[in-house]
Design a protein around this ligand. Structure first.
Ligand code: FES
Length: 126
């Protein structure tokens, strides 16, 4: 039995907007409020919506590098997005299978993850 297919990819895009001058910065600013809409439309235009699911996300703590999108599977974090970059990510990564390395977050901002178990220990949970 075939069943309903899983999505091949999820694209989590931070949608947090903070006021101008807020120290933490934010991915969404007045000039790019339509970027998630653009991502969705681009997936539709490329006929991959459904097997690729765009997801509006909360802050992923890379606020000064935004707009950001994380592609799963693969845990690939793209930063400094523009509409042109989104088109290239869809063409080359999502459809072509090749990560667009020049848009990937620098390693210094994307170090190894802390496991939930480690995090609990660091928080003093026994
Ligand atoms: S506001 Fe987007 S990562 Fe924090």
């Amino acid at each position: 039995m075939a069943g309903i297919p899983q999505p091949a990819f999820y694209m989590f895009m931070c949608q947090v907007e903070r006021p101008e001058g807020f120290p933490k910065g934010s991915c969404i600013k007045p000039h790019n409020r339509d970027i998630f809409q653009y991502l969705s439309e681009s997936l539709m235009k490329n006929s991959v919506m459904g097997t690729v699911v765009p997801v509006q996300s909360a802050c992923m703590n890379r606020c000064n590098l935004g707009p950001v999108v994380m592609v799963e599977p693969g845990h690939t974090m793209y930063v400094g997005l523009t509409k042109e970059k989104i088109d290239r990510i869809i063409a080359e990564h999502i459809i072509g299978g090749n990560i667009v390395e020049e848009y990937v977050i620098q390693k210094e901002f994307w170090a190894e993850a802390i496991s939930p178990e480690q995090m609990r220990k660091m928080s003093g949970v026994r």
